[in-house]
Design a protein around this ligand. Structure first.
Ligand code: 13P
Length: 282
């Protein structure tokens, strides 16, 4: 198995009406946890890094510890940059070794989003790197991108047609009412819009804001064509609560390796639940 871009694994998932889990990892421990689960379940995987996380380590240092993990994985793994709003930083990650990137110009006017996304696709394609684009506004906070509730805007289908035709992205994230972070209040999703866009999109669709959606919501959206599902907040919660719980159970233990092992198991549990569900494994 190998280090891949997203194309093959997403097209296969779309054809089989399943989804590939795309998990936002924050360090070596979370990356190992996610890859180990994918190996144990024999499923392809997308390891995602937010811009903030990459900047915290630096591109070279981050690829330095991630590359051996993905190269040695027993399943197909793509390493994807999530929500990059900066054209130059996106190109730097392509040069640095990421196999896939998301250029997020969704807060820009359509024309500008198209222009920048085209520039990224032109840079990425000859380098065998896949590109995800976005239209509409996914509310909540992801990384340093903060979209207020009132600014929420579902993707406009006509704009989506134009964007997809003009950019030829490999994966597409239309906003349909999901939100980053922990959901507050009732979740209202526009399934009809998602189905309509999937009907004309040549590329697989991406569902953002996966944390907190119910099994029934995932099930319906995957059946309607969501081939990549993003999970970030659930990983962060499992990581922090895992650490906290170890310290509560062992207040006098100062054993970092045991703390790490315990925390990794907590992260793995959450990842396993999602991969099983997305790949329809009982
Ligand atoms: P959550 O934080 O809601 O899981 O969303 C993840 C996401 O969409 C990352 O792009």
């Amino acid at each position: 198995m190998s280090y891949v871009n997203m194309n093959g694994i997403l097209i296969k998932a779309r054809n089989n009406k399943v989804a590939v889990g795309a998990f936002n990892i924050v360090n070596y421990l979370t990356a190992k946890a996610v890859v180990e689960v994918a190996e144990e379940l024999d499923q392809p995987l997308i390891l995602q890094t937010s811009v903030k996380t990459v900047k915290a380590f630096g591109i070279d240092e981050m690829i330095g510890f991630l590359k051996p993990i993905v190269d040695n994985a027993k399943v197909d793994v793509a390493l994807h940059l999530d929500h990059s709003t900066d054209v130059e930083f996106t190109k730097a990650c392509i040069d640095g070794g990421w196999s896939s990137v998301m250029y997020d110009g969704s807060q820009l006017p359509l024309k500008e989003n198209i222009k920048n996304t085209q520039e990224i696709v032109a840079y990425a394609r000859p380098r065998n790197v896949s590109v995800e684009g976005e239209l509409g506004a996914i509310v909540g906070v992801e990384d340093d991108i903060f979209v207020k509730e009132g600014d929420s805007a579902h993707a406009n289908p006509n704009d989506c047609r134009v964007f997809l035709n003009e950019t030829d992205v490999d994966a597409f994230a239309p906003a349909i009412g999901t939100a980053h972070g922990v959901y507050k209040g009732e979740i209202k999703l526009d399934y009809d819009l998602f189905e309509e866009i999937n009907g004309f999109a040549k590329c697989p669709l991406v569902l953002h804001g996966g944390t907190g959606l119910s099994d029934a919501m995932f099930h319906r959206l995957i059946a309607l064509g969501a081939a990549k599902v993003n999970i970030s907040t659930a990983i962060k919660i499992a990581y922090c609560q895992g650490m906290r719980s170890f310290m509560e159970i062992n207040p006098d233990k100062n054993d970092p390796l045991k703390l790490d092992a315990y925390t990794k198991e907590a992260v793995k549990k959450v990842v396993e639940k999602h991969i099983r569900f997305f790949s329809r494994i009982d």
